[in-house]
Design a protein around this ligand. Structure first.
Ligand code: SF4
Length: 434
């Protein structure tokens, strides 16, 4: 058992889950730093704040295990205090308080001032848009809205994040300017539903106007769109993407499924025909656009026929980027009333089949890149390689470009022109071009 005594009053923030949680942890850390607190991200500290995820079974399990791990450290005197915040805490606070009582306090997803008070710090309004980023300095997430008004049957996020609230354009521009001053070159726009932006605040879908404002931010060179929604997609966004070179020709649009009976049961408000048409319109409007999507297999009532429809469609659509999850039966969601009738092993088999198909598609698409030169941003050095990304790749989820570090030198955070020499299913290899 490790008995090292840790430095006094060092707050260690631990982030689980999605990029929106990363953003929230960064806001918390910015507030703590402004209160002259010593704060670190996933390093040693005698006070621990765990920002949890409560989305699906695997994520919940990881969050509970992380809480138990730090509670054990508290019981063995390695850490002094453990606080828990984020989605799992928002969703299951009474149960957690009963099951794991040795946590100092539990907080919800919109409880920052109280969490700060527990950490002997004050909430500073004037800090709007300022945070301590934890990502490599060349890119940062920009959360443009919180919550979600969509009725997707399988999703617990509205239970944990509440109704959709857009942030004003002027606040987001200020945030982008602050980030650019710190050396950020790539902004990754996130929300639960990016394309709903503005409907509450401006009574219209206003993502295009926000993008037109953000591209004026000096120092920002790439702006990337994540978490779009198919229904009511604001087509003027495609115009901005085509006209503004700073907007990456890239869109992440989770589609979840394509068989009409399943889309209906999922309450997605769209059909196979409409979704296919939307993607065709994307490709017409921005020819070399990279489309990332996410699918769910094993949803209640998914028949072999539904699954074959999905598989055939994935073959036909040839997404550049695709992820696939197995359905998780989440209490208090609309789908929880349905029978979770697809066996776990069948769910997993179907997910494997989709990803096998996708790795073949990705391999074929990557072969076409050999000999081409791409502007890449260099994120880090790892082992014998410098690791970069093209505008068609988002951090942590997409392809990477690997450059041999024993042959070439590149600077983290810089852009570099890279000629592709070799291509695997999910990674590319290349050399700097003159
Ligand atoms: S849009 Fe996304 S976050 Fe909102 S309910 Fe649907 S799946 Fe959940």
């Amino acid at each position: 058992m490790r008995t090292k005594t840790l430095k006094k009053n060092r707050i260690n923030v631990v982030t689980l889950g999605c990029s929106k949680n990363v953003y929230d942890s960064e806001v918390l850390m910015g507030q703590l730093r402004a209160n002259d607190k010593e704060v670190v991200h996933e390093e040693d500290g005698n006070i621990v704040v765990i920002n949890t995820c409560g989305f699906i079974a695997n994520a919940k399990e990881e969050s509970v295990n992380t809480i138990l791990e730090y509670v054990q450290q508290k019981e063995s005197g390695v850490v002094d205090k453990v606080f828990v915040t984020g989605c799992l805490s928002e969703r299951y606070k009474p149960d957690l308080q009963k099951e794991i009582p040795n946590v100092d306090a539990y907080f919800g997803t919109s409880d920052l001032p109280n969490l700060l008070k527990a950490l002997e710090a004050d909430y500073k309004h004037e800090l709007l848009g300022e945070r301590l980023t934890t990502t490599p300095k060349n890119y940062a997430y920009l959360k443009i809205a919180e919550g979600c008004d969509r009725p997707c049957s399988f999703c617990a996020i509205p239970l944990m994040r509440g109704k959709h609230r857009s942030k004003p354009i002027e606040d987001l521009v200020k945030e982008a300017e602050n980030l650019a001053v710190k050396g950020v070159k790539e902004l990754i726009l996130i929300a639960q539903d990016l394309t709903y932006y503005g409907l509450d605040l401006y009574k219209k879908r206003n993502l295009a106007e926000l993008l037109r404002a953000l591209v004026k931010t000096e120092g920002i060179e790439w702006i990337r769109l994540h978490y779009a929604f198919p229904t009511g997609f604001p087509m003027d966004v495609l115009q901005v993407m085509r006209q503004e070179s700073k907007i990456c020709n890239y869109i992440d649009i989770p589609l979840q499924h394509i068989s009409d009976p399943i889309l209906k049961s999922m309450r997605r408000g769209t059909t196979k025909q409409k979704t296919t048409k939307l993607l065709e319109d994307f490709r017409k409007a921005v020819p070399n656009m990279t489309i990332r999507t996410t699918l769910i297999v094993g949803y209640p009532g998914e028949t072999e026929e539904d699954f074959q429809t999905l598989k055939e469609w994935v073959k036909e659509m040839r997404f550049e980027r695709l992820g696939c999850f197995t359905y998780s039966h989440e209490e208090n969601t609309h789908a929880f009333a349905l029978q979770d009738d697809v066996p776990e092993d069948v769910k997993q088999e179907r997910a494997n089949e989709i990803m096998e198909l996708q790795s073949q598609i990705s391999w074929e698409l990557n072969q076409e890149k050999i000999g081409q030169t791409f502007r890449c941003i260099i994120d880090r050095k790892e082992g014998n390689y410098f690791v970069g990304r093209t505008e068609f790749d988002s951090p942590d989820v997409d392809n990477e470009v690997l450059i041999d570090a024993s042959e070439y030198y590149l600077k983290q955070g810089d852009f570099a022109s890279i000629t592709i020499t070799e291509a695997a299913d999910f990674d590319l290899y290349g050399i700097p071009s003159n």
